[in-house]
Design a protein around this ligand. Structure first.
Ligand code: TYC
Length: 102
């Protein structure tokens, strides 16, 4: 009679490996021209932040040069970056947004 462990060894049952997807930080970069209010609107409208959080993140980017808007899987992060870029260009602001793997 084999134990459950021995059965696993003999038949080489696959372990149910639950793998997590790679995650990417979406980063906002500071510049000298984009209005603070516009950045707050981007953080609210595209990243779903409330006004208090959006203002804190905007001021962190303003004072430290860059800041994290959120952490997402690749496709979501890519889409957020594209939305920020398109919206900023539509309003002729130089606001830059990139992504970094975690
Ligand atoms: N530095 C800008 C200003 O003084 C404000 C700003 C904040 C711009 C965050 C970009 O990602 C940014 N108007």
């Amino acid at each position: 009679e084999r134990t459950q462990h021995e059965r696993g060894l003999v038949t080489e049952e696959a372990e149910p490996r639950l793998k997590r997807p790679p995650l990417f930080r979406v980063i906002l970069l500071n510049d000298d021209y984009t209005p603070m209010e516009f950045v707050v609107e981007v953080l609210e409208g595209i990243f779903g932040m409330d006004r208090t959080t959006a203002t804190r993140v905007m001021l962190e980017v303003h004072t430290r040069g860059k800041g994290v808007c959120g952490v997402f899987t690749f496709e979501i992060a890519e889409t957020k970056v594209a939305q920020v870029t398109t919206y900023s260009q539509q309003h002729q602001h130089p606001l830059l947004c990139t992504m970094e793997e975690n």
